[in-house]
Design a protein around this ligand. Sequence first.
Ligand SMILES: [Zn+2]
Ligand SMILES: [Zn+2]
Length: 344
Amino acid sequence: MTGPLPDTMRAMVLDRPGSPLRLATLPRPEPAVGQVLLRVSACAVCRTDLHVVDGELPDPCLPLVPGHEIVGEVVACGPGTQRHPVGRRVGVPWLGWTCGHCSYCEAGAENLCPSARFTGYTLDGGYAEYTVADERFCFPLPDAYDDLHSAPLLCAGLIGHRAYRMALAHPFGGDVTHLGLYGFGAAAHLIAQVAVADGRRIYAFTRPGDTTAQDHARQLGACWAGDADVLPPRRLDAALIFAPAGALVPAALAVLRPGGGVVCAGIHMSDIPSFDYARLWQERSIRSVANLTRADGEDFLAHAARQPLAVHSVAYPLAEANAALDDLRAGRLQGAAVLQPTHA
Ligand SMILES: [Zn+2]
Ligand SMILES: [Zn+2]
């Protein structure tokens, strides 16, 4: 597209947690120093957006445009930018800015930077026709995925990948051949394909009775799929928990072999019930995954370019963001909801 940029844009705005998003006309943002202006073509809906909208995460920057799995075309470059020319398609993830000089940033753990800013939480995000982003936190996207199918790679894919790599790196685990996935949504449906291609056996646990999700897991290569309160046919080497239910932590520990690890991949969970020490005993472990680093993004997107992943996206118009959030909250989605603005 060419021609002058409009002065205003449509966006979905959170005025206060616990209320529905409001369709608003806002001034189109201008890229500041180091930022690019993107015309948004797709923005996937992440469970974290639900936690923000529902008030389960503290201190969002209000009023807020949510959304942190943004695909857009660079349409203007702010002062001092040099990485992404006008016309390039890029993706914007959750990690939107870091300080670059704290002990975490210097140690390659910028995901833990105490000054970090997050897209669609402490920075405006992609539930809008336009957004601005720090060019250092924008990724070029693999050509094999169109906009609708690349958006879920930017958080579901990235965070799933970080959680998966953490499970493989567990020091007492030995080989991770038998891997459990709790919650078979946007993240699990992608990392299951990566793990199967790596020769691992996937056990998919869903809400009790969700046979649609269980069928989806088997179609994507899971060797077993069942209800989260059912024992799998054997002990597992590791488990990734994507569902926000704390009761899954002791449930997952109970199916691990000695030395196995549970990785909690979500930003929020309900309280974890108490459990007897025997579940943790024998060097089982529990870890959480927080955010992502830019290196995670580069790694995972390079992987997605090499291995064609079947991305299950369900498109919604931008103005239907509340319906997309409701469908995610109710567990009615297979794969990822993706908002698509229509530009006049
Ligand atoms: Zn830092
Ligand atoms: Zn996310």
